[in-house]
Ligand binder design. Sequence first.
Ligand code: DX5
Ligand code: ZN
Length: 215
Amino acid sequence: MKIAPSLLSCDFSKMGDEIIRMDKSGADWMHLDVMDGHFVPNITFGAPVIKAVRKYTKKPFDVHLMISDPLKYIDNFADAGADIITFHVECSSDIGKTIEKIKSRGVKPGLVIKPGTPASAVVPFLNKINLAVVMTVEPGFGGQSFMPDMLLKVKEIKNECVRLGIDVPVEIDGGVCEKTIALAGRAGVDVCVAGTAVFKADDTALAINRLKSLA
Ligand code: DX5
Ligand code: ZN
């Protein structure tokens, strides 16, 4: 199981140091939550901030776009140094065009579904993406409770991949902690985003290690 700490829960006044701390603590990917105050009721940071902190690690930047019109900003996030760009199937951009745009920039595309969206919404795109993301909380804020029913969608996506003869890693995002990660492991999740569970721990290396061993 890969762990991608969500920088949403870091100390924004020293984001570079926080990335170094996560790198040293054994994080596999850095998860960067971009919110526009329109697609979700919260605003975080954009491409200039991601570009500024890119130099603090060589680990992959997993950029989660919770924005209404991602297609318009793909160049900005690619220029900022994103390795993976995920965006929501519920957004207003053309999904196919956005996937192609991300690929054209040499970045890996991923599609995210909100809790109210069925797994079937990502199925038509499975052969075109490098990551499927199932939200296990409503997007917008860190520190919410894990929604275990969402793991049924992980299983549906995994089954569909087997049927299609492809292997698309599945990430879950939201509410992952020591109490919930075993369920994710059993459902076949490949990557877990964890904000609160990692950043609020006294020892982040121990927290990441424990999450991995419990999965
Ligand atoms: C929610 C974000 C998540 C989330 C993770 O909109 O996409 O990345 O904040 O934080 P925790 O682990 O605290 O739920
Ligand atoms: Zn996220």
